[in-house]
Design a protein around this ligand. Structure first.
Ligand SMILES: *Cc1c(COP(=O)(O)O)cnc(C)c1O
Length: 430
């Protein structure tokens, strides 16, 4: 590893740290950011996500179809009366140049993360997922032969497929009778503690964030500019942080002006802890909405957007990103999401997932509220489009569970005993 390619900088105190650092010794909570020696934006001559290798924290890319796709909208822009609407289509739709293997922008996080771990001498990892990142990490793991353990709630099992045959590199642990991401996070953290399997780090992982930031970089490559507005549906908000960080990098290049794109972050009501915290200037409340409604995952159409504990109030987190960019948040209803999914398919001709529908619904709210003007330049991040087009073009293979853990085993001592029995003892091979 060429240590000179980048350093890490603490978003809290600015202290510089080596690429191997996990946390700042002074500001334990703060996110660390990459600071690349190369200041100018110089994409490479290749078609995939690694065209942005100078600003990704790894040395040796692999060939992959995965790449951000940004194009100018005509029909949807017309319908909304917009002069400059750019669509970042980060799913699978070869008709617009989008070839993400598992159908969402999580593909930008997974492959750089596993390549970076491998370059740093780490040979396996564990993560929790609600589905889209499980697919993306499973695909990356199988593609490069890097073994990982993924913990998922049972409710997402039917979404766990790959367009290539799964291999032993993916160990899927299923939480029986569970539909909540928080439990998966807890079990993954416990596994990682008990077994010393490295946890891939979620929002703390710079390869994830810089991978997602390539959507903003692709916009700059295609248009030669930063957009005035960046619109995305969020769960953890990591994509928003990433867009902000990529924009700062482009501004430091000098050719992209000095104005940060404003972040417009959408959540699906009533599961909108980021929207409540931002609009009411308070801390994240994981369980209850501002008007007392429970944040129930059963009530939202975009059920991927259900992170209860987003990286909000830490240095370099979502609140800082919204402050720095004069951003806004939105809560959109299931009905608004469905209407926006229909509008997108009608105008752009491609079906999109409910999360992308939530992003479009928030853009419509912003136009209504005039927080975005019709002449402004906008980058709308279509973060995923489900499996319809993948099914058309590929045979999809289910990822089978490796272990199933019952709800009673997922707490405290019982969980530790389960981890011992299932993972540590060699007799437990299944
Ligand atoms: C994960 C995900 C999001 C939200 O991502 P953040 O990590 O909150 O930025 C949005 N859309 C899709 C399709 C996703 O998979």
């Amino acid at each position: 590893m060429n240590e000179a390619k980048y350093e890490l900088v603490c978003a809290g105190c600015g202290r510089r740290l080596p690429p191997s650092a996990q946390r700042c010794p002074d500001c334990h909570d703060a996110l660390l950011r990459t600071d690349y020696a190369q200041r100018s934006f110089e994409p490479l001559e290749r078609e995939d996500v690694f065209r942005f290798l100078p600003w990704l924290p790894l040395e040796t890319p692999v060939d992959t179809p995965i790449a951000p796709a940004v194009y100018r909208s005509e029909k949807l822009a017309d319908r909304l009366g917009l002069a400059q609407l750019w669509i970042g289509f980060n799913g699978y739709a070869p008709e617009v140049g989008a070839r993400n293997a598992t159908g969402t922008f999580k593909d930008f996080e997974a492959l750089p993360t596993l390549l970076r771990l491998r370059e740093r001498g780490i040979s396996t990892a564990v993560l929790a997922s609600v589905g889209n990142s499980a697919r993306a990490f499973a695909h990356a793991a199988v593609s490069i032969g890097f073994p990982i353990t993924i913990v998922v709630p049972e409710s997402v099992l039917d979404r766990l497929w790959l367009p290539i045959p799964p291999t032993d590199d993916v160990r899927l642990i299923v939480l029986a009778g569970c539909n909540d991401y928080a439990s998966a996070i807890r079990v993954a953290a416990e596994l990682s503690r008990e077994t010393n399997l490295p946890n891939e780090g979620g929002a703390r992982n710079v390869a994830r964030r810089d991978g997602m930031g390539t959507v903003m970089l692709e916009h700059a490559r295609v248009t030669g500019a930063l957009p005035q507005h960046y619109v995305q549906a969020v769960s953890s908000g990591t994509g928003g942080i990433s867009a902000w960080e990529a924009s700062m990098r482009l501004i430091a290049d000098g050719r992209f002006g000095e104005e940060l794109p404003k972040l417009h972050l959408a959540q699906n009501a009533p599961f909108n802890p980021i929207h409540d915290a931002w609009t009411h200037g308070r801390e994240i409340r994981p369980e209850e909405n501002i008007d007392g409604q429970l944040r129930s995952i059963d009530r939202i159409a975009a059920d991927v957007l259900a992170n209860r504990n987003p990286p909000f109030d830490l240095p370099g987190g979502v609140r800082n990103a919204l402050e720095a960019t004069d951003g806004r948040t939105y809560a959109v209803s299931n009905e608004e999401i469905a209407a926006s999914q229909r509008l997108f398919e009608e105008t752009e001709g491609i079906p999109i997932g409910p999360e992308s529908g939530a992003a479009l619904a928030s853009l419509r709210q912003a136009l209504e509220a005039k927080t975005i003007a019709s002449r402004d330049s906008i980058l709308l991040n279509i973060t995923g489009n489900g499996d319809a087009l993948l099914k058309r073009d590929f045979m999809l293979h289910a990822i089978e569970p490796w272990q199933t853990i019952s709800p009673g085993e997922a707490e405290g001592d019982a969980l530790r005993r389960w981890v011992d029995a299932a993972i540590l003892s060699p007799a437990s091979e299944s």
